[in-house]
Structures are given as structure tokens and as C-alpha cells.
Write a protein that binds this ligand. Sequence first.
Ligand code: CMC
Length: 427
Amino acid sequence: MANTAELTVDGKSYSFPTLEGTEHEKAFDISNLRDQTGYVTLDRGYKNTGATKSAITFLDGEEGILQYRGYAIEDLAAKASFLEVAYLLIYGDLPTKDQFTQFETSVRRHTLVNEDMRKIFDGFPVSAHPMGVLSSLVSAMSAFYPDLESGKEDNTDLHIIRLLAKLPTIATWSYKRSLGHPTNYPKNQLDYIPNFLNMMFSLPVEDYKIDPVVVEALNVLLILHADHEQNCSTSTVRLVGSSQANIYSSISAGISALWGPLHGGANQEVIEMLEAIKADGGDVSKYVDMAKNAKTTGFRLFGFGHRVYKNFDPRAKIIKKAADDVLSKLGVNDPVLEIAKGLEEAALNDEYFIQRKLYPNVDFYSGIIYRALGIPTNMFTVMFAIGRLPGWIAQWKEMREQKEPIGRPRQIYTGATLREFTPLESR
Ligand code: CMC
């Protein structure tokens, strides 16, 4: 039975329809609120605002559930390849064998980046953060495909393939140059993840042997990051795209949003925090105390807390186990892993964290795995971006297909009321 929500304002009653998603999450439909009542809502940080209807990802923060297109994250992480998951997110269903071969072959064939992009890249200082470079170069890609602007052809599928294929190539450039090493061209006989690893780690002077343990670990990490419904970077992609900006500009904006330390940038912050704790003698309780006094110290435990997960982050659960497995398989003994476990235990037993439902999130253990794979700290958020790319694409495409109106929130104005203008000579 359809429900309605009743609202009484200034002695007048209004009724608004409610709606329910396929997983029974409930909403008030206030699309006509301002027209009917003259009021808008105020919801800083959009904590209670459903910005769209979406059929891509479901998550239940209370139960710790995450599903892409109805498939449990635990199943996908254990059984699927990253490109299969990319196809699933973007096109709605798992690919058949033929569909996958076609998709995978197209991605394989588009890994090469226009040589003129190198000239843009060469203009960046060697010290540039790879996330700034990545965002700029993805935005620059739009300049290489004039059909984007003509509006005559719909080459969306081709642009999707280009983005998926070229992002790893571009991502490796910053790392190579930071070492003073030549950048590598992709080798299209290699699969997606081995191709990325080869561009990252091979040198002209010696062969790089691709370790299947590393490939598998990266496959899991990329799948876990692939989508997370309306988070900050995804909402950015949808908002920018809602002005009908092209896919490269929209995704470039998402990369910038992801870079922030409260979002994807947290994975770099976590390792830097763990290193600082180690250098400070390894006393985790001191840092837990500092975080409890965040209001005065300004210090937060990076990798803890989540806007939506208030029980546990299912991705963190998988990653914690993967960190143990990968480090032991690779024979890596990272003292920072012990500090991370100590910190987690201290925080989880502390009333401050229990009361506020603060649990380790996806970023808490991911950096430890990246480190064990040989990926440097300032590339961690780039890894997150490579993983999140299919999600951004899927959300951008859905936003377009649903013909969503341009995103344009309201505000409650708190500035000066009308003032009389005084000419400069009289001020
Ligand atoms: N350490 C200490 N206290 C915290 C933390 C933390 N990491 N996170 C939240 N709190 C406290 C906060 O001070 C507040 O306390 P009080 O009620 O006394 O004022 C309470 O918990 C609620 O915090 P909030 O900031 O209102 O929560 P939010 O939903 O707006 O923020 C968050 C979510 C992820 C931004 C936040 O938990 C945080 O800053 N965490 C650290 C950064 C981080 O790890 N980010 C990665 C998130 S997961 C991956 C991703 O999104 O990319």
C-alpha cells in the first residue's frame, strides 16, 4: 500500500509520497516540496539526502552489506576478474564468454596513449603528486576526441573502453618519472593487471617477472574499490556530468574529489600515520587518546569511520585477511601491519569508538598490501582511482540514461540583506 508523509507548516498540511527501493530502503519524495510549501530542506553533507535512484550498487551500512548489481562483494572478490566486474557495473549483467572476449579485447587494443599527451605530462614538475597529474591528464584526454563535442555521434562505448584502457598507462608515468626511469609502453599480449604491473615495474635493462600472487591481490583490491554508490567522488562525477559535460571531464573531477584525505586520500594518510606511530615508539594508545580528543588535537585516526557503515565495512574484512595472506605468501614482514592490528584492537575496545560506531574502513589495510606489492605511498590513491573507474563510468552512464536534470542544490542565504551602494570615493 502506498504511504504518504504528512507535513504541517504554518498551520497547513501537505502530503508527500513515499517510495521504497528493491532492498526496502525508504524515502520521502519531496520533489515538489518547494513548489508546494515554499520551503527547502537543509541537509549539510547530504547525510539524509537521496540524490538519485540507482540500480548499480546496494549497500546497507547497519548490516555491513555491499552488492554490485545484486552480487555480493564477497563472491565477486573471490570469483571474478576486475574486468568482468567492470562490465557488470557498466552494463548491468555479468558478461557471457563472448561478450567478455569482445570487451576485454577492445580494452587490450586501446592501451596506447596519444604521444602528444606525453608532451603535456612532460610539463609537470617531477615532484607533482600523481593524483594531480592523473586528474589533469584525464581531463586533457577530452581534447583528443573531437567527436565528444560535435554531439553528432554517440561513441560512449568507445570512450568507456579508452578510459579503462588508458588510465593504467597514464598512472604508471608519474611513478616511473619519480624514479628517473623511462616510462614503459603497454604490452597488449598481457592481461589488464599484468600489463599495469609490467608498465610500473619493468626496466629496459632487465625482465620483470609477473608474480601471480601480486596479480591476484591487485585483482581483489580493484574489485573492492570498483563502486560504492553515491560517495563524494561518484556524486561529483554525476553532478559534473549532469551539466552534460563529457565523460573525461566528469571523471577527471571525480579523481580530484577522490584525492582528499577524508575520501580516497585516506589510504596514503593511513600508512603515513602508522609510520609516524612506529617512529614514535609504537605506542598506539597515545594515538587513540589523541583521536578521542580530535576537537582539540585536530587528529583523526585515518582509515577509521565511515559515513554509511556503522557496523563494519565488509571491504575492510576482506582486505584484512588479504593483507595477512599476501604478506605471508610474499614473505614480507612489515612491522607496520602489527601496529595496524594493535591500533585496531585498541580502538575497537575503546568506548569513544564503540559509541560512535567507528570501525576500520577499506583504506585501513589496503596500503599495507600496496606496500607489500612494491607500490609507493603516493600512488595508493591512484590505485583506488583505477579501481573506482568502472563505478564512476557506470554512474555517469546511468545518470545520462535516466536523463537526470542538472544538479543544482539550494541554500539558506545567511549574508547581508540589501545594502545601499556607496561609490568608491565616498568609502
Ligand atoms: N577518528 C576519530 N574520531 C572520528 C573519526 C576518526 N577517524 N571519524 C569520525 N570521528 C568522530 C567525529 O569526531 C565525530 O565525533 P563527535 O560526534 O564527538 O563530534 C563522530 O565520530 C562522527 O564523525 P563525523 O565526522 O560526523 O562522521 P562523518 O560521517 O561525517 O565522516 C568520515 C565520515 C569517513 C569522513 C570520518 O569518519 C573520517 O574523517 N574518517 C577518517 C578518514 C578516512 O578514513 N576516510 C576514508 C573513508 S572510507 C573510503 C572512502 O570513502 O574513500
